[in-house]
Design a protein around this ligand. Structure first.
Ligand SMILES: Cc1cc2nc3c(=O)[nH]c(=O)nc-3n(C[C@H](O)[C@H](O)[C@H](O)COP(=O)(O)OP(=O)(O)OC[C@H]3O[C@@H](n4cnc5c(N)ncnc54)[C@H](O)[C@@H]3O)c2cc1C
Length: 370
């Protein structure tokens, strides 16, 4: 089967490896150089669903040295002064043996490892351009060219999208009073705020806040930003210093009504984009890759490839819809000051604290998807 993939971000690149492993011939189109692809300052939370996919295609062992495992995930609601801790014991039995609730990965490390793997696979041909000369050469064309996909614009595929009235600020900081194997997701009225371990005392801060407040914080010198961080860190955790320049990016939501158009298939952020809360984005993109590989590997469909896009689109609908609704609700829920939401919020924490099976259900949904 001849497949073109447009976009060699983390979704397109993983799709190239996965589909090449199942015997497809891949032309991978990317307009950026490898150096530009690698030099993005992002940090991802990697879940067990991604671990399984990476193991299946044989790249997990190459990436593990770049991953920082965490054993505790603390969820705090500042407004209610409530806290809940997810532990390894809350995972499925088969996931528990990996001794991690999840992993934190820096973009530079995983992107460079994945590009190295691609360079050693014979049936992946990297083409440094954004234009496919002749689309008739391909049985399927995968658009993994990101949330501003030109491919999708050209094909006029309808989608539901909006910008959050929030922006995301990220920074690497040295912290005291926190274990090197714990992560935090803090819900407060400004928006969710994550603390992710990067090894030793180094942590990544991912802070969503209103555009007005975020723009103000970004315009301040580092020392004032440090003071601001000191006011929002949980009690007992202190910030020593900021390692890099804080960065900011807008937050948007995107959901395509269909994940295909003719023989074009939309993968990753071309098809959907969710709020960074809960670190679901990349994991959801990689589950698209797994789903498509499973479908393409069904022998009867190899000779009947025109129905692959439809089956793929249907197969991804529930998982993407559910995670999109969950993450969006979490943001709205945490930012609402309404008394109407106060009681259900308290109720959720009481349930999570006292009912192990519900805590397990939620953690497994967030880590394995549907
Ligand atoms: C500024 C920013 C910061 C982020 N930070 C975080 C973070 O800290 N943590 C986190 O979990 N997630 C973060 N995300 C989200 C995360 O990056 C995405 O979930 C993930 O990158 C999705 O990968 P993708 O391959 O689907 O899309 P992308 O990474 O957008 O990749 C698309 C690729 O397609 C290429 N391309 C586009 N058009 C063409 C064309 N016409 N021809 C050829 N190639 C083309 C682009 O050059 C790009 O390499 C961030 C996103 C952004 C925009």
């Amino acid at each position: 089967m001849n497949i073109a993939i447009i976009g060699s971000g983390l979704t397109g690149s993983l799709a190239a490896i996965s589909l090449a492993n199942s015997g497809c011939r891949i032309d991978l189109y990317e307009r950026l150089s490898d150096e530009e692809l690698i030099n993005r300052d992002r940090t991802y939370a990697i879940t067990h669903s991604s671990r399984k996919i990476l193991q299946k295609i044989g790249v997990w062992s190459y990436l593990t040295t770049n991953l920082v495992p965490f054993q505790y995930l603390n969820v705090i609601d500042y407004e209610l002064n409530k806290q809940c801790q997810f532990l390894i014991n809350d995972l499925n039995l088969s996931d528990q043996k990996y001794s991690a609730v999840g992993w934190i990965a820096e973009h530079k490390n995983i992107m460079s490892s994945i590009l190295k793997i691609i360079s050693n696979i014979d049936n992946i041909n990297k083409i440094p351009t954004s234009v496919i000369p002749n689309t008739n050469n391909y049985d399927l064309i995968i658009a993994a060219d990101g949330s501003n996909s030109n491919t999708k614009k050209k094909l006029k595929t309808p989608s539901f999208n909006f910008n959050y009235d929030q922006m995301c600020i990220t920074a690497k900081v040295l912290l005291r009073g926190i274990k090197s194997n714990e992560a935090y997701e803090i819900l407060n009225s400004e928006g969710p705020f994550a603390i992710l371990p990067l090894g030793g005392d180094l942590f990544q801060i991912i802070c969503s806040q209103s555009i007005v407040k975020g723009s103000y914080n970004m315009s301040q010198p580092k020392s004032l930003f440090l003071d601001y961080l000191a006011t929002i860190l949980p009690y007992g955790i202190e910030v020593d210093t900021i390692i890099d320049e804080p960065k900011s990016f807008p937050i948007s939501f995107l959901f395509n009504y269909l994940f295909y158009s003719g023989k074009y298939i939309y993968l990753g952020e071309t098809a959907h984009k969710v709020h960074p809360v809960g670190g679901q984005g990349l994991n959801l993109c990689w589950r698209d890759v797994d789903s498509l590989t499973n479908i393409i590997s069904i022998p009867i469909l190899r000779n009947n490839f025109s129905i692959i896009p439809v089956i793929y689109s249907l197969s991804r609908l529930i998982d993407v819809l559910l995670i999109s609704i969950l993450t969006d609700s979490l943001v709205r829920f945490s930012r609402s000051n309404s008394i109407i939401f106060g009681l259900p919020r308290k109720f959720v924490f009481v349930i999570l604290k006292n009912f192990v099976f519900i805590r397990k259900f939620i953690l497994n949904l967030m880590t394995n998807g549907l």
